[in-house]
Write a protein that binds this ligand. Structure first.
Ligand code: PEP
Ligand code: MN
Length: 337
């Protein structure tokens, strides 16, 4: 249920509506849109009488939201949200390109990559310090040492840092170093983790699980939003299908579909979506043409010797070419890099 207050509604009118919602056992969520206060009602809405709310002083309209995800829905907020990451907007006219290695390996590796990403026009540096590996015997990341290297690379280049957090206990530590908390595909439905990042005000990059629907992704975003953190960026990174030549199948439909269903920004990860470095450039172009707000790309100075995901990492030189192509496609669809 969404209550839009009249332009002239007083503070007292708003307070009264909030109190009324609480007395009905609901959690009201107050925000503003186009100068009007909007109150989203969270909780069990069965049997709620919307006419009694419509009659309250200062109320302009009361709408039932048609979707199970409420705060994430376009019904709740018709304008696209723009998430600020260290002065870099995600979701506006500018395309946000986040690039870097799958994992932070060494100081040299990360700094070389970071400088190349910055020089080519990337805005954020990605790199995993805590790695969710399919096998417990695979390398698991540098942990806090990796976070320190990421922070040093930010210092050297000015790029914002995107890095993964895997458990609620890690949230305070990773937040001390990161600018964006990445929730990986395997953790998309880790509700304790969603609640924990929801309690911060850190930008969160929420990756779609390889086996979830768009609605499940949006309900996971709803966990973060309903805990009070509005800074959610969604990421389509490919889903599992019967195809085996590629690691995953990019659900390109999800891009314009998400833009219809939600006000949250949407970025695409062509690296995990394809699992093949030779496909990353073409799929990046497709994502931007389809309306993505940005890209998350794995770049490595020596992909053959990368400690993880080398087969899908592109070189700094290829990344430079990709950025040139993205500029052209972006201009064609009214976006700038
Ligand atoms: C990653 O970004 O390196 C990663 C592990 O991605 P995903 O969670 O999408 O598999
Ligand atoms: Mn990876």
């Amino acid at each position: 249920m969404i209550i839009t207050m009249k332009l002239g509604a007083t503070e007292a009118d708003i307070r009264y509506v909030l109190k009324r919602a609480q007395s009905l056992g609901l959690k009201p969520h107050l925000s503003e849109q186009g100068g009007q206060k909007v109150i989203g009602l969270l909780g069990d809405l069965h049997g709620l009488d919307s006419d009694s709310l419509r009659a309250l002083r200062g109320v302009d309209k009361v709408q039932r939201s048609t979707r199970p995800f409420r705060l994430a829905s376009r019904d709740f907020r018709s304008e696209g949200s723009v998430i600020q990451v260290r002065g870099c907007p995600v979701g506006g006219n500018l395309l946000a390109v986040m690039a870097g290695p799958c994992s932070v390996e060494t100081r040299d590796q990360l700094l070389t990559t970071a400088l190349a990403v910055r020089d080519a026009g990337g805005r954020m540096l990605r790199g995993g310090a805590f790695k969710p590996r399919s096998s417990p015997y695979s390398w698991q990341g540098l942990a806090e040492e990796g976070l320190r290297i990421l922070a040093d690379a930010r210092e050297a280049t000015g790029l914002a840092i995107v890095t993964e957090v895997m458990s609620p206990e890690q949230v305070p530590l990773v937040s001390r170093y990161a600018d964006v908390l990445q929730i990986g595909a395997r953790n998309m439905q880790n509700y304790a983790l969603l609640n924990a990042v929801g309690e911060t005000r850190m930008p969160v990059l929420l990756k779609r699980s390889m086996m979830s629907t768009v609605e499940e992704l949006l309900l996971c975003a709803e966990y973060i939003l309903s805990n009070g953190n509005p800074n959610v960026i969604l990421c389509e990174r490919g889903i599992r299908t019967f195809e085996t030549y590629t690691r995953n199948t990019l659900d390109i439909n999800a891009v314009p579909l998400l833009k219809e269903l939600t006000h949250l920004p949407v970025v695409v990860d062509p690296s995990h979506a394809t699992g093949k470095s030779s496909l990353v450039r073409a799929v990046s172009r497709a994502a931007i043409a389809a309306g993505a707000d940005g890209l998350l790309i794995e770049v490595h100075p020596d992909p053959e010797n990368a400690w993880s995901d080398g087969f899908q990492s592109i070189t700094p030189r290829e990344f430079g070419q990709l950025m040139e192509e993205i500029r052209v496609i972006g201009t064609a669809v009214g976006r700038t890099v």
